[in-house]
Ligand binder design. Structure first.
Ligand code: NAG
Ligand code: NAG
Length: 266
């Protein structure tokens, strides 16, 4: 129920930009067209094919990758990874298609807030490709970063660090040329610090999932999370999530050890 209310609130906020309570600086920044949301799990009775998927694999309509749903100690205070910007391809259908790769804190068992940052991939029907980077403290919108851009094959570092349950910093770096952008964010929606995740998402725009592109493969490396007691945890200890829509499995996520998580479009 709490989750449903969150979603309703989120769509109200999206429909009423005038009551956006962000700081002046953030309001000046472009609002990203789409918005990232908490995981929308598929109940086990609706998973296709019925039966036993890979041990510890779960399905959702919007998230693929890895989630650590409970910190082994303390609470999560930082999540980071690097990945190589993929070349998305259209699967047809005549409209622009998208996907987003990001890291974040919360949004699974703690669905009331997410501190996250990532890069969107867009591809039109002629296979023209573009990228955007953003930060978001759900349930507020995502905001585009300015002053950084990407092209296929760039190596990108993503990180979010919470300085309290209601404040934190999102940072993105193009490791290929050293460009870096960073944003301090505050929110009235407190993080629980219960989930750390490395995700490829079919995000939402105008209340629906955007047409999902063939993003090829996103491989997060150095996928690590820090906890409040100073420990560091690799994504290797998390659970795999894959995307199913209309009974079709669209992604194949895997843990390759050493903090490497690969999400492949299938
Ligand atoms: C793709 O890019 C080409 C070259 O810039 C342009 O002519 C074409 O209109 C673009 N396709 C779409 C669907 O915008
Ligand atoms: C990221 O860095 C690489 C290497 O210097 C550069 O080729 C690329 O253009 C950078 N991305 C952008 C769009 O600035």
């Amino acid at each position: 129920m709490k989750f449903l209310i969150t979603l309703i609130l989120a769509s109200c906020v999206a429909a009423a930009p005038a009551i956006n309570a962000r700081s002046r600086l953030e309001r000046r920044l472009a609002r990203r067209a789409g918005s990232s949301h908490p995981i929308q799990r598929i109940p086990s009775s609706e998973i296709h094919p019925q039966g036993t998927p890979t041990k510890n694999e779960q399905y959702s309509s919007n998230w693929a990758g890895v989630v650590i749903a409970n910190p082994p100690s303390g609470t999560f205070t930082a999540v980071s990874a690097t990945f190589t910007v993929p070349q998305p391809q259209t699967t047809g259908g005549g409209s622009t298609q998208s996907a987003s790769a990001w890291v974040g804190i919360d949004g699974d068992t703690c669905g009331s807030a997410i501190l996250q940052t990532g890069v969107d991939f867009f591809v039109d029907e002629d296979n023209n490709v573009s990228y955007d980077s953003w930060y978001e403290w759900f349930p507020d919108y995502a905001y585009d970063f300015s002053g950084i851009s990407f092209k296929t094959g760039d190596t990108v570092a993503l990180s979010v660090v919470s300085s309290s349950s209601t404040s934190g910093t999102a940072t993105i770096q193009n490791l290929s040329n050293g460009q870096q952008v960073s944003q301090y964010i505050t929110s009235s929606s407190a993080l629980c610090g219960q989930n750390a995740e490395w995700i490829v998402e079919d995000f939402e725009e105008n209340g629906g999932l955007v047409p999902f592109c063939n993003f090829g493969s996103v491989s997060f490396s150095n996928a690590n999370a820090q906890t409040s007691d100073g420990n560091s945890w690799a994504a290797d200890i998390g659970d795999l999530i894959d995307i199913q829509q209309n009974g079709q499995t669209l992604t194949q996520s895997s843990q390759n050890g050493g903090g490497v998580v690969t999400v492949q479009y299938v």
